[in-house]
Write a new protein. Sequence first.
Length: 161
Amino acid sequence: MSNEENAKKTVDAVKETGGKLLSSMMDLKEKNPKVFFGIVGGVIFLLLVIMLSGGDSGTISEPSAKNLVAGQRYVLKNPNTYEIESPIKLLPVPGSMAAFDDSEDEGKGKVESCRRIAQGTPVIITGFQDFAGKKNAFVNVQVDEGQCKGSSGWISAIDVQ
C-alpha cells in the first residue's frame, strides 16, 4: 500500500468514528437531555478547573540585593553574561552607560586602557551613588590587583559580587 492509501483509510476511519460518536451524542440528547447536558457541563467545568488552576501565586521573585559595604573587598562579576572574558567597563561618571566610541581609547595611557576590567578582578568599594529611586545603584570601585591596580571608576552595583 502507498502512503496516500494509508492516509485515506485513516481519514475515513476518523470520519466514521466521529460520525458514530456524534450520532450517539445526538441520540442521548433526544432520549435523555438531562444526562447529555450534565456531561457537557461536566466537561466544561473540568476544562475551566484545568485552565484556572495552573501557575503559582503570580508573584515574581527577584534576587535579593547584596548589602555592599564601603571599604570591603569584592570581585567583579557581570550576572547578565555567560562570557567569562567579557570585560566590565569602569566609567568616569556614575550612570553614564550610554554608547561609547572605543576608538578614543586607542593609543592613550594607562588610565584609559584600564577602563575595561576583566571579570573576577578584586576591587575595593570607595563610594555609592543612588539613581532613579534605587539606593546604591552605582558603586565607585578601586582595582585592587593586576596591571590596573589603583585605577578607579563607577560601575553598576549588580556587577559587584
